[in-house]
Write a protein that binds this ligand. Structure first.
Ligand code: ZN
Length: 279
């Protein structure tokens, strides 16, 4: 199990299992001869990727960052992504019931980040975490309402619209960093989508950052290794550099949403190349 203490917080990686992504889509303009040296795809050119959520336990609140891919995909999508639907088992394994989650934070609303927000009961999507307050950036939700033909498939409204209708999900506005509970805050870091959040956990002078799809795995550390899914690749480039300019000297623990092997690490740049040290 991946667990560590950060000041007053205990952080535990909760996996929703692995899922498949197309190697070409995962590495965008990077030629296969280059990325396949790091990662061998299967015969269908697929890479087995992780779905890492983080349970943050503090003195008062129990917070869940991201809710994985969930169990609501249709048959065709299930065939493509092969979700393992493990998040609730991972939560159970650390002795936490869904009712004990106080806060759920979604960095953005792509279906592989908010899938367990809800489950179907009698054909209706109901909250998986009945006592939680859910949070997402307002602009992300607004975009999801009118997503383009290119990325409409990335949004499943049953993951969030029922929560918004019932008032259980709060939409935050503005690009400044905002604290959700003491020590845990969110800030818009554009590139993957216009309104995606990074989530910061700070205590006792230490910082952990769930940078989400801006840097999805340790294979994506080089600023130019962007995903084909990224809507604003030039901003991915700039914002990764901006991130490293603080994360390296300030020794932030970086949490990787889709890395199947390294859920978190400390970053460095050695002789012009990005490197990492497993936490
Ligand atoms: Zn995404």
């Amino acid at each position: 199990m991946h667990r560590l203490t950060l000041g007053d917080f205990e952080l535990t990686i909760l996996s929703d299992g692995n899922y498949f992504l197309d190697g070409g889509a995962f590495f965008g303009v990077i030629p296969k001869v280059m990325w396949s040296k790091r990662m061998q795809p299967d015969e269908l050119n697929r890479l087995s990727c992780g779905l890492n959520s983080v349970l943050v336990r503090g003195a008062t609140k129990t917070v869940l960052i991201e809710t994985g891919i969930g169990n609501k995909l249709g048959e065709r999508m299930k065939k493509i992504y092969a979700p393992e639907e493990k998040l609730l088992n991972s939560l159970h394994a650390v002795g936490v019931a869904p009712e004990e989650i106080d806060v759920v934070i979604n960095t953005h609303l792509h279906f592989d980040h908010c899938g367990w927000n809800t489950v179907y009961r009698d054909g209706r999507a109901v909250p998986t975490f009945p006592n939680a307050k859910y949070y997402v950036q307002r602009g992300e939700w607004e975009y999801a309402q009118r997503a383009s033909e290119r990325d409409r498939i990335s949004y499943i409204s049953d993951n969030y619209d029922p929560l918004i209708r019932s008032g259980q999900m709060t939409l935050l506005s503005g690009n400044q960093e905002q604290e959700i509970v003491p020590g845990i805050s969110v800030e818009v870091w554009p590139g993957h989508t216009r309104n995606m959040w990074a989530v910061f956990v700070r205590s006792a002078g230490k910082t952990a950052c769930y940078i989400s799809d801006l840097i999805p795995t340790t294979w994506h550390l080089e600023p130019t290794w962007a995903m084909a899914y990224d809507l604003f690749p030039m901003e991915v480039l700039d914002n990764r550099k901006r991130y490293y300019a603080r994360a390296i000297p300030e020794k932030w623990l970086t949490i990787f949403t889709h890395d199947p092997h390294v859920p978190w690490a400390y970053l460095d740049k050695v002789e012009g190349k990005m490197t990492f040290k497993v936490a």
